[in-house]
Design a protein around this ligand. Structure first.
Ligand code: FAD
Length: 405
């Protein structure tokens, strides 16, 4: 009798894990349970080309329908896993059915962090995480429309860029003192803020949203300092929280994510977890991390798949991420957590440069703007982590990979 693998969640990590276990020779049944009704899809284009209307919905799909059929992967879509009983290995589904598993992957992802202020329920106030969200937002992005974006993180700024290119009047309100402050250094924040400003975006930092106003539909945003910003629509992008509730209720250790080891294993030998929903040790960080990226979801899912079929494949990859804003492709490699020095490479006045984050003279992260070479070399540099003099980094003609030898 073959084993049954259940996967809760049907996003990036879930699909990768299903593919990897099959490739590895797993012959049992694989069932993906996804609460969204769409064929599993990728999210990055949602705040980029799909929002801009430059990518049809079918192109979001991670795999064609034939992929699932040919590999015997059952998709239960539009169904939520409500409760997990780890002792009896049962999952109660929202359609009343119960699924029994031998192995289980939790790939529940994350959801948007909600802003708890008066008026947040008004029509025209949106979040952006799913196809449905974008389909509700896109019709409002027409020339002359007034958009207020709350939060100047990646998603807020990607949306700002798309909206400006569509002729929308854009204001970004950010509570911190600079844009993308959670993920990049002050010089990078400054570069991006200036780029958006030059494109016509109004950016207001140190601005806390206190209230959305309007009758039925939103017509203004009020700040804690008493300013008002008139608008026709609002998009809130203030981060995400991991979907851990089902795991926590089943008794699994959760702390800013489902706790797993480097092989994506939970404390229950039958259950692994992967993707945005996990909190895990990482060789590139001195502490546990929760990463929100496609690369993390894919690579951790491969580790989880190995664990679920009794193999060991620790997740040790150099992390990377990207963000597209206007004609700037930002590629980030590594984790800029505890750095003590930043060194620019190339011309920050132009559109092609990189920022190197160092700890005790060794690179720990690189932000590469329109510079695929820095990104590719960066992966090598971060794996080897040699000491590199700042003067060598600052010289764009110098091949830094020679320090890896
Ligand atoms: P998800 O893709 O979120 O999938 C989890 C799925 O599980 C969801 O469909 C959820 O509804 C479902 N689910 C949760 N609980 C249950 C339950 N109990 N029962 C059934 N189903 C459930 N990353 C990058 O690297 N680069 C980018 O440029 C980038 N841009 C992004 C832009 C946007 C707008 C967004 C939203 C994300 C972006 N990301 C980007 C992040 C990236 O998409 C995520 O890190 C990735 O999708 C995580 O994959 P996952 O499988 O962990 O979770």
């Amino acid at each position: 009798m073959h084993e049954q693998l259940a996967i809760i969640g049907a996003g990036q990590a879930a699909v990768q894990a299903a593919q990897t276990v099959r490739q590895s020779g797993f012959e049992g049944k694989i069932t993906l349970i996804g609460e969204e009704r769409f064929t599993p899809y990728q999210r990055p284009p949602l705040s980029k080309k799909y929002l801009a209307g430059a990518l049809p919905r079918e192109r979001l799909h991670l795999k064609a329908d034939a992929f699932y059929a040919s590999r015997g992967i059952d998709l239960h879509l539009g169904v939520r896993a409500e409760e997990l009983d780890a002792a009896t290995r049962r999952i109660r589904l929202s359609d009343g059915r119960t699924l029994i598993y031998d192995r289980l992957l939790l790939a529940t992802g994350s959801r948007v962090r909600r802003l708890d202020v008066p008026g947040v329920g008004l029509r025209g106030v949106h979040y952006l995480r799913s196809i449905d969200d974008v389909d509700a937002i896109a019709p409002g992005l027409h020339p002359g429309a007034r958009l207020v974006i709350v939060g100047a993180g990646y998603i807020g700024l990607e949306v700002a860029a798309v909206a400006r290119e569509l002729g929308v009047d854009v204001t970004v309100l950010e509570a911190a003192d600079r844009v993308m402050s959670r993920v990049v250094c002050a010089q990078m924040s400054d570069f991006y803020a200036k780029y958006h400003t030059a494109a016509g975006v109004r950016i207001r930092c140190n601005t806390q949203v206190a209230e959305f106003r309007g009758t039925g539909a939103v017509s203004a945003v009020a700040s804690a300092a008493g300013e008002t910003f008139d608008c026709d629509l609002v998009i809130i992008g203030i981060g995400v929280v991991p979907n851990v509730e089902i795991a926590a209720r089943a008794g699994l250790h959760c702390d800013n994510g489902i706790r797993v080891d480097t092989c994506a294993r939970t404390a229950d030998p039958r259950i692994a977890a992967a993707g945005d929903c996990t909190n895990h040790p990482h060789p590139f960080a001195a502490r546990n991390v929760r990463l929100e990226s496609v690369h993390n979801a894919v690579e951790q899912a491969k580790s989880a798949a190995a664990s679920l079929i009794g193999q060991e494949r620790p997740f040790t990859e150099v992390p990377w991420f990207w963000s597209d804003q206007y004609d700037l492709k930002l590629q980030i490699v590594g984790l800029a957590l505890e750095y003590d020095e930043v060194v620019p490479r190339g011309d920050m006045g132009g559109k092609q440069f990189a920022m190197y984050y160092l700890a005790e003279g060794r690179p720990i992260a690189i932000d590469a703007v329109n510079s695929p070479r820095d990104f590719m070399h960066g992966k090598k540099l971060l794996a080897a982590r040699p000491r590199i003099p700042a003067a060598a980094i600052a010289d764009p003609a110098m091949d830094l990979t020679r320090f890896c030898e």
